[in-house]
Design a protein around this ligand. Structure first.
Ligand SMILES: Nc1ncnc2c1ncn2[C@@H]1O[C@H](COP(=O)(O)OP(=O)(O)OP(=O)(O)O)[C@@H](O)[C@H]1O
Ligand SMILES: [Mg+2]
Length: 345
């Protein structure tokens, strides 16, 4: 399946539905939505109570008749109806009215690399539910590479690594196409889980899901590298007594806990490099790897990659927005003409 830039230029809006966040780019207006992919539902009436940031803040704090759901998991829409209701609400009345003025509304969407036909269909149907008459799908890796400003259309290799919440996708691109790619089912969520499990087992401390990020920020301030201070204090709840408790934790031990899920990512990079023709690998030794996606900001991740691969590693500017900005640039026609083969392996 191929999609040309011509078809993308005719789209009115584009979405990047992620396991953690949903982004919507509207042609002519730019990025209009960047919110958590979360909806709070009243289980008695089926009505939507909140979406996005507000719904996320409700997580773990709701009375029994409200459930907080995530309609996207592992990069795939698992609840089409909820996903399109969430999108509708996130877009707001004004943007929706403006989009509806287009007689034949066309949408574009990022799809994870190698998404199966069912996953592709789920994304398409979500957007059809929003009123789109035609939906173009673009491989997230190509969108992200364009969003990072990589020269994808040149006859030289560029390596992009998309570090999302549920998956990490790695690809080598040349001449506007994917030469070799891997999708590894490990992302920011797995890292957060590793931290939560570590604290539970080693310190008998329960850390609410929302507190993992502040911990990561503390660790990034103190440095998750070997040179950083050895200990940091965190607050949580005792597993046995249920009472609030603070503990001092070893940053080195947390780093080890985080490294376990990240090893799978290193294996994936190795596989992509092995699948790549030698000439392109030589280009990569100079250019290195560009990291995109929210989890690229994970403290120490880039350093770990540098040490493991011996290649230069750069984090893109605004890494979490790369895919949405890239697909937006295609809609606006800011890309050199070329034919994209977005789902080619
Ligand atoms: N400053 C940060 N430090 C560490 N992790 C971060 C930071 N900012 C975002 N993340 C992590 O990045 C992830 C979200 O990234 P992103 O928005 O790219 O995911 P997504 O597109 O929703 O997921 P996917 O593409 O896998 O479906 C979350 O797991 C979050 O914990
Ligand atoms: Mg993503």
């Amino acid at each position: 399946m191929t999609v040309s830039l011509d078809q993308l230029r005719r789209c009115h809006f584009a979405v990047d539905l992620g396991a953690a966040r949903t982004r919507v780019y509207v042609k002519g207006s730019g990025l209009v939505v960047d919110q958590p992919s979360v909806a709070a539902v009243n289980t008695r009436t089926g009505g939507l109570i909140a979406v996005g940031d507000f719904a996320e803040r409700m997580t773990g704090r709701t009375p029994h008749y409200i459930t907080v759901v995530r309609p996207i998991s592992g990069g795939t829409v698992i609840d089409i109806e909820m996903a399109h209701r969430m999108l509708r609400q996130l877009l707001g009345d004004k943007t929706r009215r403006a989009l509806r003025r287009n007689l034949r509304l066309r949408a574009a969407a990022c799809t994870p690399h190698g998404a199966d036909p069912l996953a592709q269909r789920a994304i398409t149907e979500t957007l059809v539910g929003l009123g789109a008459r035609r939906v173009e799908l673009v491989d997230t890796l190509i969108a992200a590479a364009i969003g990072c400003g990589l020269p994808v259309e040149q006859p030289e290799a560029t390596m992009i690594m998309m570090c999302g919440a549920a998956t990490t996708q790695v690809a080598v691109l040349s001449l506007g196409s994917i030469v070799a790619a891997e999708r590894i089912p490990v992302g920011g969520e797995a890292v957060d889980n590793a931290i939560v499990q570590h604290l539970r087992h080693e310190h008998h401390l329960m850390l609410p899901g929302q507190s993992v990020r502040p911990l990561q920020v503390t660790l990034s301030d103190t440095g998750l590298t070997a040179q950083g201070p050895a200990q940091t204090e965190i607050h949580g709840r005792d597993v046995v007594t249920g009472l609030p408790r603070s503990v001092r934790i070893d940053t080195a031990a947390v780093r080890d806990a985080i490294e376990t899920p990240l090893t799978a990512v290193l294996d994936g990079i190795g596989k992509v490099l092995r699948d790549c023709p030698p000439d392109l690998v030589a280009d990569l030794a100079d250019r290195g790897i560009v990291m995109a996606g929210g989890s690229a900001l994970l403290p120490g991740f880039d350093q770990m990659l540098r040490e493991a691969t011996g290649m230069p590693v750069h984090i893109a500017e605004q890494p979490d927005l790369c895919a949405a900005q890239g697909i937006g640039a295609m809609l606006e026609g800011r890309i050199e003409p070329m034919v994209l083969n977005p789902l080619a392996a």
